[in-house]
Unconditional design. Structure first.
Lengths: 255, 444
């Protein structure tokens, strides 16, 4: 122990001597050589230190950039969530302020309500047959999408259509097209929303297998392969005979 | 060092060159006679493709066998994935002009559009008349005549495909554009690199440069008349420009160290290049007339693979200043770079979409390399490919398709996908490997 201590002191002293000799009053060859060696060693140490610092700065920079990015995303998301919530509250407030007599406006409204309050074990749901006028409106939107490719306009029209003719057979189709158009745009979040509505609320509708398949496609596009595969499997399990199940199988085989 | 892919991205070669590793390119193919052409394989179609009937064109006069105009058009439309051409064997009639068209026949077959036409030989010229119809509205959408010399029938067919595509989608077609790429095979026991240019369907390939040493990173001038690329023919990397009509070449960058990753500016006057003359890889603007250099990045990390924004003001590049390679954008030459990729630890080789809305790049996830894109406004990332060793993306000038290099059965091949990630076709080289694709601008 003592020996070690002595050695340490000796080292400290010699280091002190070296430090001193960097500003010598006089020089001989020997002290110059020692100085050079010390410099070289110092340079090498400095070099390694700089490399380590650079590495650390790069990593810190990476973390900083990623955190700034996450912060931006969170800010954006919370703003979007606020706007969404605000809209819903406004809609609610509007609905509250209009008197109940409004149900006379559409015959289907009462039917839908009785169904939800009746709450019997739901057997295959009957979808309201579309009126001629409704059919026309729907065809007009299809034309917008398929021929004119006016997607933004079509999105607006689809929302109007869903609001105007709720809970009908074509309403589900409208949700489906909404999903398709968002997928083309691509606004994947919105597409996911639209397809999810069908896959959860209208599971017995004939568009449901397609919607669930597309939900898988949306997740795949988002890079969420596991989710995509889950939906694809669900299509195969739940709607084995549908065309969508065939596509889903292909997807599962390819992945 | 295991070289999984024979054409590695500039990123890896930059990094490798900087740590002093030699550019080691391994050889796989046995020495064999090389056919220059790529063959096309459509691997994946889309369910939502528009049904279109391209009726075999009526022919008169002595026409060269092999290149059938309507077959070429049908293949062109099919490879976009946006159209589903009807098999001629299912057609109920074979009209060649509007007088013979019965729309209800085509409605019965579930077709949306119909293309009819005839091809005639007149001396050294071939003339094609064609008409395009909307079957639902029974309206004529196009009716034109086009001429070309007899040996240019494919040019004529691609021209008609462009017109049809534009009439039906509103976007310009890219069937008359060209692909530049590098093939690698063995020649008398030595590696042979060939810089080639072909049609977008891989046909009519012509070798523009051959070398025992690597040729890398071809980039087109905005007028499509010149290429710039990196060639190691002198034993070290140099950047050349190459006049395609005359074959005239000039060395534009031959600095000590790296000379790599050229990208031609939208105004045609300068190249972005990566040089390590200062001891570290940095991006410079090289003025082609004066050969003056302007340094655009200044960081002790590696900066490389610069690509001009289509507006010619800003640029994207790859830098490892945050640990691993990531893509940064400078909105102007003087602006501070901002990072745009966050999805994983490895994002490299940026390419803008022609409208500047998206950036495409090589993206590593779970040990595999894919092509991905990020919408710059929203930051939303989308992975477009499923294969595992994807690299070198290059976007078609209409932004609808993208070509990249990948591996198939142990060889490097080129694959084309639509940018919505749906359709795909593969262009494998007849022998050996092919990589570093560059899609030309629309040629006037």
């Amino acid at each position: 122990m003592r020996k070690l201590l002595v050695a340490a002191v000796a080292l400290a002293v010699s280091a002190g001597a070296l430090a001193q000799s960097s500003t010598p009053a006089f020089q001989n060859n020997q002290s110059e050589a020692r100085l050079l060696a010390a410099n070289n060693q110092g340079n090498a140490e400095l070099f390694f230190m700089i490399e380590r610092l650079q590495e650390e700065v790069r990593n810190l920079r990476g973390e900083l950039e990623e955190q700034r990015h996450q912060l931006n995303q969170l800010t954006r998301q919370s703003r979007e969530r606020y706007i969404d919530l605000d809209q819903r509250i406004m809609e609610l407030a509007e609905r509250e302020s209009t008197p109940r007599a409004g149900s006379g406006g559409s015959g289907s409204g009462t039917g839908e309500r009785s169904q939800s309050t009746g709450n019997a074990t739901t057997v295959a749901k009957e979808y309201r047959e579309p009126s001629a006028e409704e059919r026309q409106a729907y065809q007009r939107i299809q034309k917008l999408i398929q021929e004119q490719k006016a997607y933004d306009e079509a999105i607006g029209e689809l929302y109007d259509f869903i609001a105007e003719y709720p809970e009908g057979d074509l309403t589900v189709n409208a949700y489906y097209w909404l999903g398709e158009v968002y997928l083309v745009k691509p606004q994947l979040e919105q597409a996911k929303q639209a397809f999810t509505i069908i896959a959860t609320r209208y599971q017995d509708h004939r568009k449901a297998p397609d919607a669930m398949y597309k939900l898988g496609v949306v997740h795949d596009r988002m890079g969420e392969r596991d989710q995509a595969q889950r939906y694809m499997k669900q299509v195969v399990d739940q709607y084995g005979t549908s065309q969508a199940a065939g596509l889903a199988k292909k997807y599962l085989e390819a992945s | 060092m295991t070289v999984t892919s024979r054409f590695r991205t500039t990123w890896t070669s930059t990094a490798a060159a900087l740590v002093g590793a030699a550019l080691l390119i391994m050889m796989a193919a046995a020495p064999q006679q090389v056919r220059a052409e790529l063959t096309i394989q459509v691997t994946k179609g889309v369910g939502s493709a528009i049904p279109v009937a391209v009726v075999p064109f009526a022919k008169s006069g002595d026409l060269p066998a092999g290149d059938d105009v309507s077959t070429i058009i049908r293949n062109d439309l099919e490879m976009t994935g946006e159209f589903n051409p009807l098999d001629p064997e299912r057609m109920l009639s074979l009209p060649s002009s509007s007088d013979d068209v019965f729309f209800r026949d085509w409605r019965l077959l579930g077709q949306r559009y119909l293309l009819v036409g005839r091809v005639e030989r007149e001396g050294d010229q071939v003339r094609a008349r064609y008409e395009l119809f909307d079957i639902n509205s029974e309206r004529r959408l196009l009716g034109e005549t086009a001429n070309t010399s007899v040996d240019n029938i494919r040019t004529l067919a691609h021209h008609i495909s462009d017109k049809v595509y534009e009439a039906l989608t509103g976007e310009p077609g890219v069937f008359s554009t060209r692909l530049a790429y590098v093939t690698l095979d063995a020649h008398e026991g030595k590696p042979r690199y060939r810089l080639q240019i072909s049609d977008v369907d891989g046909r009519r390939a012509r070798v523009r440069l051959e070398s025992d040493e690597p040729i890398l990173s071809p980039t087109w001038s905005p007028d499509g008349r010149r290429l710039a690329y990196v060639s190691f023919e002198s034993g070290k990397p140099q950047i050349f420009t190459h006049e395609l009509a005359t074959g005239e070449r000039s060395v534009v960058a031959s600095y000590p160290g790296l000379n790599s990753a050229p990208d031609w500016s939208p105004d045609g006057r300068s190249l972005l290049v990566t040089l390590s003359r200062s001891g570290n890889a940095e991006i410079y603007k090289l003025d082609l007339a004066s050969r003056a250099l302007t340094r655009l990045t200044d960081h002790w990390a590696i900066d490389t693979e610069g690509e001009w924004h289509p507006n010619g003001k800003g640029l994207a590049f790859t830098s490892d200043r945050s640990g691993g390679p990531q893509i940064y954008i400078k909105d102007t030459e003087d602006a501070a770079p901002r990072r745009v990729t966050f999805g994983s630890r490895y994002n490299a080789r940026p390419r803008f979409s022609p409208d500047g809305r998206y950036i495409y790049y090589v993206h590593q996830r779970d040990g595999a390399f894919h092509i991905a894109r990020t919408e710059l406004a929203s930051g939303d990332e989308q992975v477009l490919t499923r294969s595992r060793l994807d690299e070198s993306p290059s976007v078609a000038p209409n932004g609808r398709m993208l070509i990249y290099a990948t591996e198939q059965d142990g060889n490097s091949v080129l694959r084309v996908i639509s940018t919505n990630g749906d359709a795909a076709y593969t262009l494998p080289a007849a022998r050996g490997d092919v990589g570093d694709p560059a899609w030309s601008p629309i040629l006037r």
